[in-house]
Design a protein around this ligand. Sequence first.
Ligand code: ADP
Length: 398
Amino acid sequence: MSGKSLTDAHHLLTINSGSSSIKFALFEHAAVLRKLATGQIDRIGLPDARFRARSSDGVVAADHTVEAVNHVQAVELVVNWLDRQGGLTSLGAVGHRVVHGGERFLESVAIDDDVLHELERLIPLAPNHLPGEVAAIAALRARCPGLPQFGCFDTAFHRTLPSEARQLPIPRRYAAAGVRRYGFHGLSYQFLMQELHRVAGERTAQGRVILAHLGAGCSLAAVREGSCIDTTMGFTPAAGLVMATRTGDLDPGFIVHLLRTERLSADELDNLINKQSGLLGVSETSSDIRDLLAREESDPRAAEAIALFCYQLRKHLGAFTAALGGLDTLVFSAGIGENSPAIRARVCSGLRFLGIELDQALNDQDAPIISSPGSPVTVRVIRTDEESLIAAEVLRLL
Ligand code: ADP
């Protein structure tokens, strides 16, 4: 590493590169880790790319259009902004969210030439996300050589999946080539498990837990004795639950049917499965569940999209309760899970036989515990924070 230590370099940067965006957060490390600012560049590659940053108390520090034709330029903009804020010289390390760690990266790592090379090799496993992430890492290495960088993997949380949850029922030669269930949202899940331990104690965190990360992407993780035993996303993040624009589980025969009847290319199929389906595909109007809730009385398509979303979720909750041999704790998190009492109530309705009973008033307040006092299963709302998890991982590795 560079010889810098956190005694003279007390800022940490986290970077979360999406296919067309880069989100970042700046942390200060003194006695505790404190988030100072967050920001993002959206619409990378488009003429109206936008740079936004705000301090942790909500004061807007930047909000303007920028020229960012690719991730390399976007990283430059973030670094230049940090430099102008005086945060670059005191930057001790950078942590990257990396969506896929393949079979090799089972925990966070320091990024060197070998790791970067391996990430490039993994690009076919996550072609929508990894290219931007690899480009951002490489750009930062070129701009700030010697600055330690770390990769934190969304797949790592799921390294404990038993073989029956990991294997796909296809010829073995594909498994040998790395085709298996990987699972995603792992940084969020790791954060939620740490929070569950902090607020509810060791015994609860070691119990039978289902974590529901419900954002634009949605998945569940079943966790027993602190280890993940199953998750709804699979070889790709398109599997499992109905999502904002992704199908979730889909009859594989339908893909064959499409290939035969519409002769779609791989990119068209990718677009259909990941961008045009889910809530958006069924409602034909919006991928945002708030819009659909506002419109469900007047638009049957919106009502059907919500019903499908909640039904599939309820069904998977039942399946994971079976996988766990019962349930002690259910955690709702991310955009929908943290903020939508209506969806939480619908997902949990009729699940009394599993021991899930919500308290309407607590649920309406997004309270930390939303189950009724007598509910055998404790249902919690926990705000996820992937950036803080990455920053903590970086500190641990430093
Ligand atoms: P991402 O997966 O992109 O990180 P988020 O976790 O921010 O997304 O979740 C985004 C989704 O959360 C939105 O599409 C929206 O449907 C939902 N959401 C956010 N706020 C609310 C709210 N107050 N009520 C209902 N849904 C909400």
